[in-house]
Write a protein that binds this ligand. Structure first.
Ligand code: ZN
Length: 135
């Protein structure tokens, strides 16, 4: 079965190994998985809680027999999308600073102005981004 798309984001190591799945059962919330091997991705929160929960991602879609939203650790709760978005933008911004030699303030301002366009972010999401500490 195809359970729909994931979005890739930069992990703390600035590579491509984390995917975000938007929950169907809980709109506005997401689950984060990091790459184990090949097409297998493991739930980040479950790992912290000591449970081994993986999904299979092929061409940025979740493939498998059961929904990526079920069978998690009882304490594994989906994350509000706005918090993940803020983290993601923060990482992209830092990478921008490193890759293009931009000044942090410049990169930060560009990021804020792109938020609304790219994600149709609500005021709440933008204000979450503003709370981030800048470098
Ligand atoms: Zn989980």
């Amino acid at each position: 079965m195809d359970f729909g798309p994931v979005r890739r984001m930069l992990s703390h190591k600035m590579n491509d190994s984390v995917v975000v799945y938007a929950c169907n059962d809980k709109p506005g919330y997401v689950l984060k998985f990091f790459r184990k091997t090949g097409n297998d991705y493991r739930c980040c929160r479950c790992k912290e809680l000591g449970k081994y929960r993986t999904i299979t991602v092929v061409h940025d879609r979740v493939i498998g027999r059961k929904s990526p939203e079920v069978d998690h650790h009882p304490d594994c709760e989906p994350l509000p999308e706005s918090s993940v978005l803020a983290l993601e933008l923060d990482r992209e911004m830092r990478q921008d600073v490193r890759a293009h030699g931009k000044r942090p303030r410049e990169a930060y301002n560009e990021m804020l102005s792109s938020v609304a366009k790219r994600f149709k972010a609500s005021q709440e999401q933008v204000s979450n981004c503003r709370k981030l500490t800048v470098l």
